[in-house]
Design a protein around this ligand. Structure first.
Ligand code: PLP
Ligand code: ZN
Length: 434
């Protein structure tokens, strides 16, 4: 008897309403994302932090599963059986060789290029969104995707036995398309850019009654990104870093890392301290970086044109909130050219053995640019978020990396090739010295 009462208390949700970020109006916990009664601002999940503080300790988290669900009390799902496909708890790698190259003392890579199951941070947001979708009774799930979200939604829907229809721009990388089709969802390749895909999906959400992870389920979905804040704090030994650098598409991830850190402070899991937030965009789609540089508090939409397709959102929903966080934390938002994106991918691969996609190349290139501009102090502990895997965007580096030596299966053929490779190395060095 007593036990079942305790269980009932333990499983009581820690979240109670949706709340408008702009005007504070509250809504019930359905599939809604805008403040339709008052101001059309975005809705966010509201929690009972006193309850979370009573319930959660460092050791209760450490005793939890090796996935994002160790932070379940901070996530908007009520079930005790969330969809757990091993998402989260990706490595936080001390990046000493990259740090030395850049002149930094304490640099870490949060490596979501190896997140499960589809090798990008999107598995976090989708695990949460589909768990909530199931609770709300949806049988078909969907998304408007720049690539990685379609991979995640299709894979995790397959695991959960949900029907799935995803929408992507028609010009995505082959790896992103194949990496969706293999799970056999319905795939709509829309002849248009992401912002057009997104507009279409808003209409479909109203007509089909599907759960769109990043539209009508967006308040739940976006909370999944907070786990990138929690994990870094836990992996650093329950402390916050001095500076983080993360990529910006809609700006959601960036704002939720911030929220994650703040929540850990609020419930007493880490000490409060200032953390600087810097954001990365590709020049060919940099509406938030442009607003930052021009001192604007509004974002002017742009038409994307960059190889960094996974972060090519021309009209970013959370752009103004990302701007606000970068400014109030004394961070920066910077952009880099596509050539720098490729150099960033190669730099991370050659120094740390991590093959990231174009979004990660963007983030590394921005890290380098900020260090060179004196905007990251060499003494700051800095965490760089690598959000996707390079095998999915192979087109980007084709022609910019070496080629194998094709040899006969004979020792002398190998030795001649080895000599040639050494000559090439020497030539490269001479070019560097000239
Ligand atoms: C979606 C995505 C992001 C950024 O997403 P937000 O919309 O800003 O939350 C960053 N990196 C990769 C690889 C992505 O797929
Ligand atoms: Zn409102």
């Amino acid at each position: 008897m007593t036990q079942s009462i305790e269980q009932a208390i333990a499983t009581k949700p820690t979240f109670s309403a949706l709340k408008c970020r702009e005007c504070g109006e509250t809504y019930d916990l359905g599939a809604k994302h805008v403040c339709e009664d008052v101001c059309f601002g975005p809705l966010e999940v509201a929690y009972d932090y006193d309850e979370i503080r009573r319930r959660v300790t460092r050791s209760s988290i450490q005793a939890g599963p090796l996935s994002i669900w160790r932070y379940k009390d901070f996530l908007p799902v009520s079930t005790d059986n969330p969809i757990d496909v091993g998402t989260g708890m990706t490595p936080l790698v001390r990046a000493n060789r990259l740090a030395r190259q850049l002149g930094l003392k304490e640099l870490y890579i949060k490596n979501d290029a190896v997140n499960m199951p589809t090798l990008s941070f999107k598995d976090r947001v989708v695990s949460v969104a589909l768990t909530r979708a199931r609770e709300l009774g949806f049988t078909t799930v969907s998304c408007a995707s720049t690539g990685n979200l379609a991979n995640s939604t299709a894979a995790i829907a397959a695991h959960a036995g949900l029907d799935c229809c995803v929408f992507i721009p028609a010009d995505l990388e082959a790896g992103k398309v194949l990496g969706t089709l293999i799970y056999n969802p319905t795939v709509m390749a829309v002849q248009g850019n992401y912002d057009q895909v997104n507009r279409l999906c808003s209409e479909v959400a109203n007509t089909q009654g599907w759960g769109f992870v990043n539209i009508n389920l967006r308040p739940y979905y976006s909370e999944g990104s907070k786990t990138l804040g929690y994990e870094v704090a836990e992996q650093l030994g329950w402390r916050l870093p001095d500076h983080i650098v993360a990529p910006l598409a809609s700006g959601s991830l960036f704002t939720k890392i911030y929220k994650g850190f703040q929540e850990f402070v609020k419930v007493g899991l880490v000490d409060d301290k200032p953390v600087r937030f810097s954001g990365a965009q590709a020049e060919g789609c940099s509406p938030i970086a442009q607003a930052f540089k021009e001192g604007r508090d509004f974002v002017t939409p742009v038409k994307p044109n960059t190889i960094a397709k996974s972060i090519a959102i021309g009209n970013p929903a959370d752009g103004i909130y990302a701007l606000d966080i970068a400014r109030k934390t004394n961070g920066n938002i910077e952009s880099v050219t596509d050539a720098e994106v490729i150099e960033g991918m190669k730099l991370l691969a050659e120094t740390e053995g991590i093959f990231t996609e174009t979004a990660g190349g963007t983030t590394i290139a921005v890290l380098k640019k900020l260090v060179e501009a004196g905007k990251i102090d060499p003494d700051e502990s800095t965490v760089v978020y690598i959000t996707g895997n390079g095998l999915k965007t192979q087109e980007a580096v084709q022609g910019y990396i070496g080629e194998p030596f094709t040899i006969e299966p004979k020792l002398d053929s190998f030795e001649r090739a080895l000599e040639r490779s050494r000559t090439l190395d020497r030539l490269e060095w001479q070019q560097v010295l000239v």
